[in-house]
Write a protein that binds this ligand. Structure first.
Ligand code: NAP
Length: 263
């Protein structure tokens, strides 16, 4: 009997996204590795996400077990955790699902911002700690925590808040003096300087997200001598990690041969 014809199964990559890096990585793969099937997964929190260069699934998997089922059911051959540095539950689920299924996992984790001379940082571990670090006296606060966590400010309604988020804060904060700004990065130093100056901001509350899209406020705060109350990152599992797109592409290459299966 002759040898059965074989078919080539393209590698199937699932990128857990929600970050600029995930989108850029998917774009690079779409151009440079069009032999691969790429899927981008979003949490589904943003009502109008920007256009993505790969097919998108949205809304979660149902924990680590759900993700493991997805990996098996869809024949995923490589899992990329390119989630936001504060999306620690998803990163932990990715690590568990990868180890349960044997699917290789690579994380794409942008470096944290590092304190520079002139920075007036107060480093804290949570949004709750950040609000308490403002103190009792009324201040003018720029709050950049995202919709899910903005309500930590309800504990200190004596401050005036300027709250910037991609999605509306609903319900509104309890503080009587709040200005809401709906906007999505990247943000430029010029516009950040205008905003912080015009609003007379004397404290910024932000997460140490790293990356360039939201870094301008940190740079401008340094220039203007504004205190930044910076929330440190949650712990995430130690897995093979890249800090940028080029490094991730190089690490992925080892896992992306065409697989051959007898028909
Ligand atoms: P999380 O707390 O790590 O995850 C909570 C759940 O959301 C996960 O268990 C998962 O649901 C779902 N999920 C998260 N990322 C997903 C993805 N890429 N694809 C599919 N499902 C996903 O993450 P989070 O609630 O999104 O955010 C936590 C922190 O990260 C917040 O501080 C938020 O502001 C910040 N952040 C997140 C994003 C983002 O795109 N996720 C973007 C910017 C900032 P299942 O268990 O059902 O799978």
């Amino acid at each position: 009997m002759g040898k059965a014809p074989s078919i080539l199964i393209p590698p199937s990559i699932l990128i857990l996204g929600g970050t600029t890096e995930a989108r850029l990585l998917a774009g690079r793969l779409a151009v440079e590795r069009n032999d691969c099937a790429i899927t981008l997964s979003l949490a589904g929190r943003t009502r109008n996400p920007v256009d993505m260069p790969a097919p998108v699934i949205s809304g979660g998997f149902g924990g680590a077990e759900g993700l493991a089922h997805y990996l098996r059911d869809h024949g995923v051959t490589l899992l990329i955790d390119a989630t936001h540095p504060f999306a620690a539950i998803m990163s932990s689920n990715a690590e568990r699902a990868a180890s349960d299924t044997g699917v290789p996992l690579i994380a794409l984790r942008r470096p944290e911002w590092q304190r520079q001379p002139g920075d007036r940082w107060t480093e804290v571990a949570s949004g709750v700690e950040a609000i308490s670090a403002l103190g009792d006296a009324p201040r003018r606060v720029f709050l950049s925590l995202g919709r899910q966590e903005a309500h930590v400010a309800d504990a200190a309604p004596q401050h005036r808040y300027v709250v910037r988020s991609v999605e509306p804060i609903e319900p509104p904060l309890v503080a009587p003096d709040v200005r809401y700004i709906l906007d999505r990065g990247p943000f430029a130093p010029t516009s950040e300087r205008s905003l912080l100056t015009a609003e007379g901001i004397d404290a910024i509350i932000a997460k140490n997200s790293g990356g360039s899209a939201s870094h301008a406020k940190i740079v401008v705060a340094r220039e203007l001598g504004i205190e930044v109350i910076l929330i440190g990152r949650p712990p995430v599992p130690q897995v093979p990690s890249a800090t940028g797109i080029d490094e991730a592409m190089a690490m992925m290459a080892d896992h992306l041969p065409l697989t051959e299966r007898g028909a």
